[in-house]
Design a protein around this ligand. Structure first.
Ligand SMILES: Cc1ncc(C[n+]2csc(CCOP(=O)(O)OP(=O)(O)O)c2C)c(N)n1
Length: 675
């Protein structure tokens, strides 16, 4: 019988007997594996919490009781149990089911999320509001041990414990973040768990307590009492009890009956409770159990073998990038005799090259060694590599400290996650102008991960900070050169580059590249991007001169502009277009831009970034401040970028077209201007 099909709500689930639940868990796993194998997604995290999610929905009344998932990437079972099975095939597709929890998608999603470590604070806020509204329903926040490495989680625990608010925090401890979890908390949790003799002592002690009159068989009491007796010197409980949480566990997160019994008991407590559950990431699918890092987030794969169905290029197989749009052709439809490296690959390889030459270069990641391309660096230079956990704020201030001692820290954090560290960039790095290099991967539209993950705000949030320099490469060659430039520079400097493959200009991965980057473009002679010229701070690159229209493009939108210009030339329209690769968002190449703008009065700026405060805004400020528009000419200016909106999820290509930041949008603007 297909049990999953019978469940639309928690009430439907509660009609099942406890004996039927393991069969339901099996069906759910099969459904998740089947859909993720086609659409890509966060597989291992979701498989790890199937039983935990069933137990929560079996015991609590969602959505009256609020369930807050941390990150929201593990919530596939939750989606399947809350009326979204029918649409689950559209997971992560444009207009389909989101890969994270999203309030607009279901009443059962208490909080919209994608970034980590928010669940305790949000849960507490919900709990306090419920209390003020005299609503006695419960709040359950589920947070992973990786997400517990962020300071925000402790800020939540701190207030929750102090306010003694009714809040159940479930710590889903699988000893993994994306990569193996790091830090003192992680070793604390796992040390306790692996101490078998303590576990057995605890069991004996539990049995002893059980035998005492008045204690009986109540699982809750036994768990509690036995834990109390040890917590002061051996268990993770001591940490959470210090925050005034009532600690239970650790318990096996795959034993449904046990989970349900414990939850039935703790739901009657009206105080901060922490239930520590241990789970196996990837549970129930052997390839994911064996390789949870790879299957944390994965593009489409073959279910039997677990191998990627898109490409053999490593960085395209596993999460962190969720690069589902792999191809073997470059943009000009040339088949290349090697896998086209991603920007991330090129960054990682260049970091190794640069670190070989300069022992002051150090690399910092916030829990994403693979995703940021630093895994090779970590292997080659373990003493110069720092994974600080999901702690972007700390990563930046830590880098500032190192820079103050003459080291050259490169902080590699996705653009979207760097948003977390704004004050640290401003206050700790930029005021003293420390030489910290920010490598902002996943700048622009990232695709299927959607609005929580697009890197569409970095130009504007960085541009306003004094002392900051911001670069954006038009292709992977430029990324490598910019990184080299940034290492040699003195002061805060950011390089913002996109998710996905480069242009296939150079067989980067196949070369044992040394200090010298001999870039040999493989494309047709017409392609103006094949030679990468030396980067000079604040200097743009004039790719093509022209008379009628000036296109100022930033980052990879230069490629879209080249495509648009190719199209115009092919259609034999007689339009003369000047194209500038801005390279620098700050400082702009004011000399070149003002000079061109004084001659060409139709100007288009292009950016894969929100228009507000972005590259186009910077250009306009430059033009206005230099009186360009007051010279009596009739100027037309069009800014192409993301209007004041959050961009949904879907493939990068669909979104670029939908939000009009692609070559078609440039072409349209050119035609509007000339007509
Ligand atoms: C602020 C922030 N930084 C980085 C990430 C990327 N990220 C997504 S899931 C994850 C690991 C989370 O680990 P854990 O909470 O233990 O959950 P698990 O996947 O192991 O179930 C990371 C680092 C993020 N979502 N948010």
């Amino acid at each position: 019988m297909n049990l999953l099909r019978t469940i639309k709500t928690g009430d439907d689930l509660k009609k099942l007997s406890k004996n039927q639940l393991p069969a339901l868990a099996k069906e759910i796993r099969e459904r998740i594996i089947s859909v993720v194998s086609k659409n890509g997604g966060h597989l291992a995290s979701s498989l790890g919490v199937v039983e935990l999610t069933i137990a929560i929905h079996y015991v609590f009344n969602i959505p009256s009781d609020s369930l807050v998932w941390d990150v929201g990437h593990q919530a596939y079972t939750h989606k399947l149990l809350t009326g979204r099975d029918d649409r689950f095939d559209s997971l992560r597709k444009f207009k389909g089911i989101s890969g994270f929890t999203k309030r607009s998608e279901s009443l059962c999603d208490a909080f919209t999320v994608g970034h980590s470590s928010t669940s305790i604070s949000a849960g507490l806020g919900i709990s306090v509001a419920k209390h003020l509204k005299k609503d006695n329903s419960k709040v359950i926040s589920v947070i992973g041990d990786g997400s517990m490495t962020a300071g925000l989680a402790y800020e939540g625990l701190n207030q929750a414990g102090d306010s003694k608010r009714d809040l159940i925090v479930i710590l889903n401890d699988n000893d993994m973040s994306i990569a193996p979890n790091v830090g003192a908390l992680s070793s604390f949790l796992s040390r306790t768990l692996s101490a078998n003799y303590l576990q057995s002592m605890k069991k004996d002690f539990g049995a002893f307590l059980k035998s005492l009159p008045g204690i009986g068989d109540d699982i809750y009491r036994i768990a509690k009492k036995s834990e109390n007796s040890f917590k002061t010197f051996v268990t993770p409980g001591m940490l959470f009890e210090a925050f005034n949480f009532d600690y239970f566990g650790p318990i096996d997160g795959h034993r449904l009956n046990h989970l349900i019994d414990i939850m039935e008991n703790i739901k009657h407590l009206n105080e901060p409770v922490l239930l520590h559950v241990t789970t196996k990431k990837g549970k129930g699918y052997e390839p994911a159990e064996k390789n949870p890092v790879y299957f944390h987030g994965v593009s489409s794969f073959d279910i039997t073998t677990g191998c990627s169905s898109t490409n053999s290029n490593n960085s395209l197989k596993a999460d962190q990038s969720l690069n589902t749009s792999a191809n073997t052709l470059n943009d000009k439809n040339l088949i290349l005799p090697y896998p086209i490296p991603t920007y991330t690959d090129v960054f990682g390889k260049t970091m190794v090259d640069l670190a070989k030459q300069d022992n002051k270069v150090v690399a910092i990641t916030a829990a994403m060694p693979e995703g940021t391309g630093l895994a090779q660096f970590a292997k080659r230079f373990p003493e110069r590599f720092f994974d600080v956990g999901i702690a972007e704020q700390h990563a930046v201030t830590f880098a500032a400290g190192m820079a103050s001692q003459g080291m050259k820290p490169v902080v590699a954090i996705y653009s979207t996650f760097m948003q977390r560290a704004y004050d640290q960039i401003l206050h700790d790095v930029c005021i003293d102008s420390h030489h910290v290099v920010f490598a902002l991967d996943r700048g622009g539209i990232v695709g299927e991960d959607g609005p929580t993950h697009h890197g569409l705000f970095d130009y504007s949030f960085l541009r306003s900070i004094p002392n900051m320099t911001i670069m954006a490469p038009k292709d992977e060659n430029e990324l490598a050169l910019m990184l080299k430039k940034a290492i040699d520079y003195k002061g805060p400097i950011a390089i913002r580059y996109p998710r996905g493959r480069g242009e296939g200009l150079v067989n980067y991965c196949a070369k044992d590249s040394t200090a010298e980057h001999s870039f040999t473009g493989l494309n047709s002679n017409k392609n103006p991007i094949q030679k990468t010229k030396e980067i000079q701070i604040g200097k743009a690159e004039l790719l093509q001169d022209g008379k009628d229209i000036l296109i100022l493009a930033s980052g990879r939108t230069v490629q879209e502009a080249i495509k648009a210009i190719d199209e115009i030339e092919r259609s034999q329209k007689n339009i003369s277009i000047a194209l500038v690769n801005a390279r620098f968002i700050k400082p702009l190449d004011s000399g070149l831009i003002l000079n061109l703008a004084s001659k060409i009065h139709n100007i288009i700026t292009v950016e894969e970034h929100v228009l507000d405060g972005g590259f186009g805004s910077a250009v306009l400020e430059l033009l206005v401040d230099n009186g360009i528009f007051s010279k009596g000419f009739n100027y037309k200016v069009k800014r192409i970028g993301i209007k004041d909106k959050f961009v949904e999820h879907g493939s990068q290509n669909i979104l670029r077209s939908e939000y009009k930041v692609d070559s078609a949008a440039i072409l349209e603007s050119v035609m509007e201007m000339v007509e």
